[in-house]
Design a protein around this ligand. Structure first.
Ligand code: HEC
Length: 153
């Protein structure tokens, strides 16, 4: 346990440097990226459950929205050059991410703006605005997934 904690602490210290180390393996980079995307997907799914009225945790929407906004800030970091399908096959990321960086950057910034806007809307708490805002946010997920993510079989 102690050793695990030490490793974690060391890892956190390195993380504070704010950059992926060149030595990070493609497999680990892909898995890390997928964890971040799962977190974004988890928050989005939770908000959708509230919006659909499946659960009455309306007060949680702002927390989830902040989570998405926070994750949107690290999305530019999670596509390093050595994490593409040529480096590790078991990824949903398409080569176009690295072949068309300007276009990809636009998709990232559209998502970041929508996430920031949605966090404000969620904070304000108006139900209809939240439902509409979720739709607008969701469009920016698709705006990246469509051109840059493999279709599911
Ligand atoms: C700038 C591009 C981009 C944006 C914006 C984006 N995604 Fe993704 N997402 C990807 C890519 C690329 C993958 C495939 C990652 C991989 O497999 O390496 C992915 C994968 C995922 C996955 C699957 C993770 C896994 O492997 O289990 C989920 C869930 C997901 N995204 C949800 C979302 C949601 C919800 C949003 C919007 C709120 C969103 N994403 C916005 C690019 C994006």
């Amino acid at each position: 346990m102690r050793r695990v904690l030490c490793a974690l602490t060391a890892g956190l210290a390195l993380g504070l440097a704010g950059q992926a180390l060149a030595a990070d393996s493609p497999e680990n980079l892909v898995k890390y990226r997928q964890s971040v995307m799962k977190a974004i997907g988890g928050h989005t799914g939770a908000i959708a459950a509230v919006v659909k009225g499946e659960v009455s945790f309306g007060a949680h929407v702002a927390n989830h929205a902040r989570g998405i906004k926070d994750m949107s800030l690290i999305v530019p970091d999670i596509f390093p050059a050595n994490s593409g399908p040529m480096d590790y096959a078991d990824t949903g990321a398409l080569p176009e991410i690295w072949e068309e960086p300007a276009k990809f950057k636009l998709a990232v910034s559209a998502f970041q703006s929508a996430a920031a806007k949605f966090a404000d809307i969620a904070e304000a708490g108006d139900r209809q605005a939240i439902a509409d805002g979720l739709g607008a946010l969701g469009k920016t997920c698709g705006g990246c997934h469509k051109p840059f993510r493999k279709k599911k079989e």
